[in-house]
Structure formats: structure tokens, C-alpha cells
Design a protein around this ligand. Structure first.
Ligand code: HEM
Length: 417
């Protein structure tokens, strides 16, 4: 495995040196600024084939078309996840948190499973969450206010969404910490594993997480509440695998993405003094700042779609099952849609055309919740600490799919109550 990885990297590096834009993207350190590499892909055309044989697009129009095309679907099993499709631990098959969830399933299974949890994410469902979100933000800011310097990610941004999802799922308060650890481990695993040791550790972790979820399911069967897991156990026809994969999906999809949205928004605000001044004066401006962060620096950088049958895409014949990488973060800077696309301009007229939450049937189910959490975080943070400033180097997450800060030290400055 290590030899194969080494060979792979050497080939990619050689192709990058030969000027292949896709190879450049995969050769550079995942924590570096990827946006110039996206522009190199855009300069090559609407649909670009790299020397590695990978198809990519930075075009907003093409991304949107393929995301909404019923003849395109998500990747087939086995292609996406570092977890084996058929992994066994202690003689029991593991539920694959990526491939068995509705994020990567196609209709009719996708429709059936998404429908079960959708009610929690409607405007009415969200209003029920609003008070929890405000309370959690306030609690963690109280903690942060006791220190003059804190880690914006570890001490604040990472804590808010996990509490909210744990509440939604019906995880008892005492288990929130353990739940947060599983969340990070699962999301990190999405970036791939480096060797067999990491793979085995990941499988063991997943096994333990499944045991945790089996206990949660039992607990909610005996004492149901108005949470998602209680509602799922009430469906007798839902298999254990579907129940676990759906629960894991909500944790994976709703956790680090939101953490990174909060971090990326604060980075943008600190880099734009006039935006900060307006935010401090007018807390309702937080919504526009969040929206523009989603466009310019989205937490999920790309997704993949494959055609169910051979077809022509942007003039090129694409055989059935060939993956096409849809670079959502690049589409969000497409000059055909966005005026002055690289400029951070909250409230811009074309701002909501972005694809940060994807489009079509897989459009992010938690988009409203993520917007609400990030806006509440910004309002709380700059309302409480109007002089908030960076207190050291930001460490980026080592990921190409998920973009954000892993560590972001800040000085609180003057505190307002
Ligand atoms: C799907 C982004 C927060 C739940 C997606 C997709 C994207 C995305 C791009 C679609 C991927 C594709 O089309 O292949 C984000 C971002 C977030 C965020 C940027 C935060 C800033 C959340 C939250 C939740 C959530 C808070 C729930 C608690 C989901 C679910 C799906 C999804 C369940 C799968 C939808 C489906 O396949 O039908 N998200 N997400 N997300 N997201 Fe989010």
C-alpha cells in the first residue's frame, strides 16, 4: 500500500511539473490556498481532462446542470470512502458511514431516507432550534470571556454545532464529549487514511461509535423524546444499517462544515476592517457576512457526480460511470455569474447564486441550520468582543475537500456584556 501511494504521488508530481492543472491541485499541500489552482483549471475550459484521466469543471453553469440532471448520480459504492465496503470488526460487518448514508445514495432510497429526517430542517423545525443555538453560543462565549486569549476553533467554533446536533439527535448531555470525539474522527477519516494501521484504527473507532449509537437507540426506544433518533426507531421498517448511517451522516455533515464556516467567516471579517466596523454596529449584517463567506471560502470545496449512462458533457463523450469533479468553490468565483468574483463583498446582488450547499436532490439538508448557527456565532462574537484580533498563526486543516482552520488563536480584547 505504501509503495502504491508513493508511486501515485510521484506520478502526480511529475504531471504537475508538466503543467497539468489538476495534478497541480493534488500535488500541492492540502492546507495551501487552492484558489489560484482552480483558476488554472477554469482557464483550460468548461470541462477539463487531466493527464491522470480525471474530469473536472470550475464552471458554475456546468456544475449546476450536472447537479440537477436526473441522469447523473453519486459515486458507486467503493469509490468514495477510506472505509472498506465490506469491513468486519470482531466478526461483525461495519456500517459504512459514507457509502450507506443518503448523501451518496440515489433515488428511490435517497428519497425515502431523506424524507424521514427532513421535518427537523424545515423553517418550523429551525425555529425550534433557534433558542438552543443562541444559548449554546452564549455559554461558550462566557467561557471564552474568562481567558484573554483563546482558540477560536477549539474553544468556540467546534463546540457550537456539536451541541446542536447532539440535541437534535437526542444524545444525553453526559455523552456530548464522546460524541464530539467521534465526530472529529469520522470527518478526518474522509480525507483518507495513510496506511493499514490508520485504517485499522478507523475501523475500531467506527465499531465503538456503532456500539454507542446502538445504546442510544435502545435508550430512545425505552424513553422516546422529540428528537430524530426517537422518530427513526419508531419506523419499524427501517434497518439498523440505515438508522446508523443516517445518524452518522447528520453528525458528519453538520459538524466540521459548520465549524469551518464560522472560522472562515471570522478570518474574512478580521481581514476586512470596514466589514468588522459594520458588523459591530449592526448585528443583522451577520447574515450577509455568512452568505458571502459561503461563496468566497466555502467549507465544502467540491463534490463528484457520475452519469448513469454514456453521454455528452460540454462537447465531450463521457462513458457511463465516469466521475466528474464539480469544483463548487471554483464555481462560486465564476466571472460569468459573479461580478468582481474574488472580492469579499457581503450583501452583493448576486451573492445567493453560490453552490456552497450544492444543488438538486442532494442540496444540503442543514443549510438553514448552518446559516443560523454561523450568524448567531458572529453576532455573539463581535457583539461581545468588538476588538477581537488574531493572536498567532492560523493552522489550516490538512484537507482538500473541507477547507477551514484547525487552530486559530485570538485575543478577546475589550469585553462588552
Ligand atoms: C449535503 C455543505 C452543514 C446536513 C451537503 C452537500 C453540501 C453540504 C455541499 C451536498 C453534497 C453533494 O451534493 O454531493 C454543507 C456546508 C455546511 C453544511 C458548507 C455548513 C456550513 C450541514 C448541517 C447539517 C447538514 C448543519 C445537518 C445537521 C446535510 C445532509 C446532506 C448534506 C443530511 C445530504 C443531503 C442529501 O444527500 O440529500 N451539505 N453542509 N449539513 N448536508 Fe450539509
Amino acid at each position: 500500500n505504501a509503495t502504491l501511494l508513493f508511486l501515485g504521488r510521484t506520478i502526480v508530481r511529475a504531471q504537475a511539473l508538466l503543467g497539468d492543472p489538476a495534478a497541480k491541485l493534488f500535488d500541492m499541500s492540502p492546507s495551501r490556498d487552492p484558489y489560484p489552482a482552480y483558476e488554472a483549471v477554469r482557464a483550460r475550459g468548461t470541462l477539463v481532462k487531466s493527464r491522470m484521466g480525471l474530469y473536472l469543471t470550475a464552471s458554475h453553469e456546468l456544475c449546476l446542470d450536472l447537479l440537477r440532471d436526473p441522469d447523473f448520480g453519486t459515486l458507486p459504492a467503493g469509490a468514495l470512502s477510506p472505509v472498506d465496503s465490506d469491513a468486519y470488526v470482531d466478526g461483525r460487518r461495519l456500517v459504512n458511514p459514507v457509502e450507506e448514508s443518503f448523501l451518496v445514495r440515489n433515488p428511490p432510497d435517497h428519497t425515502r431516507l431523506r424524507r424521514l429526517v427532513a421535518p427537523w430542517f424545515t423553517p418550523k423545525g429551525l425555529r425550534a432550534q433557534a433558542a438552543t443555538v443562541e444559548r449554546v453560543v452564549d455559554e461558550y462565549l462566557d467561557d471564552a470571556a474568562r481567558k484573554s486569549t483563546f482558540d477560536l476553533v477549539g474553544d468556540f467554533a467546534a463546540r457550537v454545532p456539536i451541541q446542536v446536533i447532539a440535541d437534535l439527535l437526542g444524545v444525553p448531555g453526559a455523552d456530548h464529549q464522546a460524541f464530539a470525539r467521534w465526530g472529529s474522527a469520522l470527518v478526518n477519516a474522509l480525507d483518507g487514511v495513510r496506511d493499514m494501521g490508520e485504517m485499522r484504527a478507523l475501523h475500531r473507532g467506527l465499531r465503538e461509535f456503532e456500539a454507542f449509537l446502538d445504546d442510544l437507540v435502545e435508550h430512545r426506544r425505552e424513553s422516546p423524546g422529540d428528537d430524530i433518533v426517537s422518530a427513526l426507531v419508531a419506523h419499524d421498517d427501517l434497518s439498523r444499517e440505515d438508522l446508523i448511517a443516517t445518524t452518522e451522516l447528520l453528525l458528519v455533515a453538520g459538524f466540521e462544515t459548520t465549524v469551518n464556516l464560522i472560522g472562515n467567516a471570522v478570518l474574512a471579517v478580521l481581514a476586512h476592517p470596514q466589514v468588522r466596523a459594520r458588523l459591530v454596529e449592526d448585528p443583522t449584517y451577520a447574515d450577509a457576512v455568512v452568505e458571502e463567506t459561503l461563496r468566497l471560502d466555502p467549507p465544502v470545496q467540491y463534490t463528484v457526480r457520475v452519469p448513469f449512462k454514456s453521454t455528452r458533457v460540454a462537447g465531450t463523450w463521457i462513458p457511463k460511470g465516469t466521475p466528474i469533479m464539480l469544483m463548487l468553490a471554483a464555481a462560486n468565483r465564476d466571472p460569468a455569474v459573479f461580478a468582481d468574483p474574488h472580492r469579499f463583498d457581503p450583501g452583493r446582488a448576486d451573492g445567493r447564486e453560490h453552490l456552497a450547499f450544492s444543488s438538486g436532490i442532494h442540496y444540503c439538508l442543514g443549510a438553514g441550520l448552518a446559516r443560523m448557527e454561523a450568524a448567531a456565532a458572529l453576532r455573539g462574537l463581535f457583539g461581545r468582543f468588538p476588538d477581537l484580533r488574531a493572536a498567532g498563526r492560523v493552522r489550516r486543516r490538512p484537507s482538500r475537500v473541507i477547507r477551514g482552520a484547525a487552530r486559530f488563536p485570538v485575543h478577546a480584547g475589550t469585553t462588552k456584556h
